[in-house]
Design a protein around this ligand. Structure first.
Ligand code: NDP
Length: 307
């Protein structure tokens, strides 16, 4: 790959101003410009959140997200386009977001915020609030997100169980289950936290059976991708007190439609797919781009390659 021009696709503005990344990368040997769909086709590489067919004319696409389920791997392979992603940077952000959800549920903060909107001095029942030490979180996916969750939530005294395809141990996890033993892994957990990529294998991994196996007082957290959870089964499970509630950053349809019952549920926290947001995002993603520009210039294998 001969890199003369890198395009920062305008779609990155969903996460940070494109110009912040452009100036952060300005000292690189290739020229760095902000591009729309048409101008992207004239670049050797494009840094983006969205996928466009025009990118098939480039040699390299870098996704500023870790999840690349929206990219057509087959087309990229056919056109000889390299795809890299941004796994590795979301450990602390997602870890803190998930810790926030768990603290909200335990200390009832989501209810206090809701009551405040109504100017209502409304204390929880004596047995609603609890503390986190001694509770157990089952973290499904033990990669960057899973490890970040284990680290931050573990530091609050929560016991951490992990689920991955193999049952090999992972530092920071007290116990590991293989995916085929998911039912056993979720059965005793106070919190089930989903951090796996969306693939053919993980589509609706959390279904009615998993929800029924979870404790009635357990909360589901999804910070991965909406379709890893069967969303209508989850809504049913919450409505029928099969589980206590959920904190969701990702949904089967985004933005979450206004008519979704999830918006109005007392024990559901909805966040608009921003669990990994930080004012440092453009630097974290930019560092991966910088490293790969250097690797490509010295003919080394690129970091975080997906295709
Ligand atoms: P990683 O590649 O670092 O980790 C993914 C982990 O999932 C691996 O450890 C893998 O473990 C495990 N895994 C894969 N398939 C399965 C399976 N079938 N069953 C159980 N475990 C499985 O990715 P990240 O942690 O960086 O990101 C994970 C996903 O989270 C992304 O793909 C993206 O969709 C989402 N994400 C969401 C964000 C948000 O804003 N809410 C931000 C960042 C990411 P093993 O190989 O051992 O099975």
């Amino acid at each position: 790959v001969d890199l003369e021009r890198i395009g920062v696709h305008e779609s990155v503005e969903r996460v940070f101003p494109p110009d912040e990344l452009r100036s952060y990368l300005q000292d690189l040997p290739p020229a760095v410009d902000i591009v729309d769909d048409a101008a992207a086709a004239d670049c050797d590489a494009v840094v983006t959140i969205a996928y466009r067919e025009q990118f098939l004319a480039c040699d390299w696409i870098h996704s500023i997200q870790a999840g690349v389920d929206r990219f057509p791997f087959g087309d990229l392979e056919d056109h000889g386009v390299v795809l890299t992603n941004s796994t590795g940077i979301h450990d602390r952000t997602i870890g803190e977001t998930v810790a926030g959800y768990l603290l909200a549920f335990a200390r009832r903060l989501h209810r206090h915020v809701a009551n405040q909107q109504e100017r209502s001095w409304n204390r929880p029942a004596w047995d609603e609030a609890f503390t986190l030490p001694g509770t157990t979180a089952c973290v499904v996916g033990t990669g960057t997100l899973g490890k970040g969750v284990a680290n931050v939530v573990g530091s609050l005294g929560v016991d951490i169980v992990g689920v991955r395809r193999s049952a090999d141990p992972v530092p920071g996890f007290d116990e590991i289950y293989a995916t085929e033993d998911l039912l056993e892994a979720v059965a005793d957990a106070d919190f089930v936290i989903v951090t796996v990529p969306l693939t053919d294998d993980t589509h609706h991994l959390v279904d009615e059976t998993i929800l029924e196996t979870m404790r009635e007082d357990a909360y589901l957290v999804n910070v991965a991708r909406g379709a890893v959870v069967d969303q209508s089964a989850l809504i049913d499970a919450i409505e029928h007190n099969v589980v206590a509630g959920a904190a969701l950053d990702v949904f089967e349809t985004e933005p979450l439609p206004e008519e979704s019952p999830l918006w109005g549920m007392d024990e559901v926290i909805v966040t608009p797919h921003c669990g990994a947001f930080t004012r440092d995002y453009f630097r974290d993603a930019g560092d991966i781009v910088r490293e790969n520009v250097e690797r490509l210039e010295s003919d080394e294998a690129v970091h975080n390659r997906v295709v």
